[in-house]
Design a protein around this ligand. Sequence first.
Ligand code: NAD
Ligand code: MG
Length: 399
Amino acid sequence: MKREGIAILGSTGSIGLSTLDVLRQHADRYRVVALTAFSQVERLFEQIREFRPEVAVMVDEAAAERLVDKVRKAGLATRVLAGAAALGEVAVMEAVDQIMAAIVGAAGLLPTLAAAEAGKRILLANKEALVMSGSLLLEAVQRSGARLLPIDSEHNAIFQCLPAHFERGLGQVGVQEILLTGSGGPFRELPLEDLAHVTPDQACAHPNWSMGRKISVDSATMMNKGLELIEACLLFQTTPDRIRIVVHPQSVIHSMVQYVDGSVLAQLGQPDMRTPIAHALAWPERMSAGVEPLDFYRVGNLEFQAPDPERFPALRLAENAARHGGTAPAILNAANEVAVAAFLEGRIRFTQIAELVEDVVNRIAATSATDLDTILAVDRRARAAARDWITHRSEDRHP
Ligand code: NAD
Ligand code: MG
């Protein structure tokens, strides 16, 4: 059997590492064709040595030079490319059958779009790319006959709980509501007045999942759930009215689908991203992921709550953007990316993330256009407005 060629965009990140771990277990079935990273030379070099890809991309030019040197000295045949444009080259390589989109943030949009246009099977972890581009990415997938499989655990769970023909429309297949679950993050029970003083490390200490720092902060504000609401509307062709967010602190249920006859289907498992990754890689087959089976005696109890709108204002902002559509999600996403980076750098408080995002979405008018140029332009404008907020507005509130 010919082995399937895999490219991983963002191979040095949390999702990238989990993907390589699954691929390591199935070397008879898959071969790694391309790996990419932003600047982590040591880690990417180790991956090149183990997986021997044809191509490796290092976005940062100086880091790329160091990598080229190491690869040459080690006598490895991998071709090293530098710069962001090379990500797009990798995405369309003939030898690539499946591409794992695991870059964090808007930086993943262009290569993911290129992969969609080239008809590749896309495993989508990079939710920001979908949120900002809206139907653009999905249309590219449709046009080329590509396939998009969700890696985000909730969307992967929903995909597993929907019938194969869900694309006819959720109403048509008897779905009443999607139940999008989320843990509530590390601050679910923190006294509200303490939220303004939490540190980046506290925000990144997620109770159930180990993830990159940006998505960890998003989980703490629940902007992650907000982005996932938008993601679900797009992937499953529905509106926020048909999606209910349910706080489920144990992260054992990864999401559910409620049907009109009263049935609720859920997908359960360990909070380990190797499960959705293995599911999508092998789909429509199944293969082992290296994940321990769920032990219900140890799980004991499952709890459910409604999200607290006062604690998690980001949810309301994301819901508004989902309803508005057009460029509204791109504005929300760009402002949030800048705000989270500023929080991680200690420049704004945790509670200012949502304040900043709200200010930016109120200041920039969203339009219904969703062509690429419009999206990239509004992304730049929202980032500039967010940076402006940080310089001019944050001082009066920051200690
Ligand atoms: P991470 O920060 O651990 O890794 C990010 C990867 O992207 C790294 O390989 C990094 O080198 C690369 N990268 C960063 N900036 C880049 C840029 N400007 N250009 C090119 N490459 C760049 O992030 P992660 O936790 O692995 O998350 C990746 C994506 O998957 C995010 O969109 C996140 O929302 C999504 N996701 C992650 C998880 C999880 O468990 N980690 C779960 C669901 C969804
Ligand atoms: Mg998720």
